[in-house]
Design a protein around this ligand. Structure first.
Ligand SMILES: *Cc1c(COP(=O)(O)O)cnc(C)c1O
Length: 380
């Protein structure tokens, strides 16, 4: 079959922009601070394997994924960097962690005991990072006022289990793009825990807590390693954080769509499902082969915009599963086969996320199932 990659809708992934973002973020961290790149959820929709390989080539120290399957995919593709699995791995799958040489986050003693038993049974040592809940209220040993001694006891017992090597301890901020006060409360709890454990003779090689928002806003939290995700891909965890990093980040993904057809339609005609839009003037509509089946949110119906010839064209009518219509009445040069930019320039993704009532993270993750990815490295 002929190559159909760029005939409908596709995503261009610039590994050069990824490298730019990596270097920009590295420059914000002190010498000796390690760099963990988040490649969970198929690298935020960018393709886990090519992104992980590029990060390895660039000199990242570690990668993180959400589950064992994601780690196995990287190992099978030849990625050799340490990989931290952030989510829970059922004890039945512990052998897989050892086989694939994956570091596991451990959120409680029972999980640690099960993993310890599995590691001993396999005659191996499993590397773990202790997960502390300082206020995210998701997973982790709960470290809060009044509970410190009990939590420290549990963590000390975890670290003493045979078959486990506790290399790191980490926490995750709930509101680092919102409240400084809450973030500092969480950070103080983390430092208290670290100190309390050191007082018991337990030291971790790698303490870490800063995801993207804290990487940009709170250098004091960088510690031994930073853990950025969204900024690596060129987007900001919140619009207010834009511009904090000097040289600026570059979007890694550009989603493009090739115009199917251009049609002249008279005033008074209604467009798409539900007839939610009626043309007020004689119009030219371009039909684009992108819809919610490609991860393009239906909430952009009558509200989103795309770029054609550098100009913004409004979506008219409902976004369908496979197509949508945009108004190009003021752009007479548009022809079938022209390429529309859906995301990646001009702040379109941030705007679309706001219109859809979500965050750039979700829209990026959604570009995937049907959209082929094309990788550009050194401009090629
Ligand atoms: C997803 C995730 C990150 C990265 O978050 P960003 O906001 O994308 O930087 C860091 N740490 C943990 C534990 C995560 O789950």
């Amino acid at each position: 079959m002929m190559d159909t990659t760029q005939m409908r809708t596709w995503a261009e992934i610039s590994l050069d922009n990824l490298a730019h973002n990596y270097r920009t973020l590295r420059a914000l961290t002190p010498r000796g601070c390690k760099f963990l790149g988040l490649v969970k959820a198929n690298a935020y929709g960018h393709g886990a394997v090519p992104v992980a390989k590029k990060l390895e080539e660039l000199g990242a120290d570690m990668l993180a994924v959400a589950c064992l399957d994601e780690a196995a995919q990287l190992r099978d593709a030849g990625v050799s960097l340490p990989i931290l699995c952030l989510g829970q791995t059922p004890p039945e799958l512990a052998a897989g962690l050892l086989e694939y040489d994956v570091t596991q986050a451990v959120p409680d003693l029972e999980t640690g005991e099960a993993l310890s038993a599995a590691a001993q049974a396999a005659g191996k040592t499993l590397t773990i990072h202790v997960k502390l809940d300082t206020g995210m209220t998701r997973l982790g040993f709960q470290w809060r006022e009044g509970n410190e001694a009990a939590a420290a006891d549990q963590i000390a017992r975890l670290c003493a289990l045979p078959g486990l090597e506790a290399e790191g301890m980490f926490t995750h901020f709930a509101d680092a793009d919102g409240s400084e006060e809450y973030t500092m409360l969480q950070f103080t709890r983390f430092l208290d825990a670290k100190q309390a454990l050191e007082n018991r003779g337990i030291r971790f090689k790698i303490s870490h807590c800063a995801a993207s928002a804290a990487v940009l806003s709170y250098p004091c939290t960088h510690m031994d390693m930073i853990r950025p995700g969204i900024v690596l891909y060129g987007y900001y965890p919140a619009p207010e954080l834009e511009g904090l990093d000097g040289p600026g980040l570059l979007p890694v993904m550009e989603v493009k769509s090739r115009v199917y057809a251009v049609r002249d339609v008279p005033a008074g005609t209604c467009v798409s499902y539900g007839r939610t839009h009626t043309l007020e003037r004689d119009s030219r509509l371009a039909v684009l082969p992108i819809g919610y089946g490609d991860g393009f949110p239906r909430l952009l119906s009558n509200r989103g915009q795309v770029l054609l010839y550098g100009r913004r064209c409004p979506i008219v009518g409902r976004v369908c599963m496979d197509m949508c219509m945009v108004d190009v009445t003021d752009l007479p040069q548009v022809r079938p086969g022209d390429v529309a930019i859906i995301y990646g320039q001009d702040g379109l993704l941030d705007e679309d996320a706001a219109i859809a009532g979500t965050i750039p993270y979700e829209l990026l993750c959604d570009v995937g199932r049907r959209v082929p990815h094309v990788y550009l490295d050194s401009g090629k």
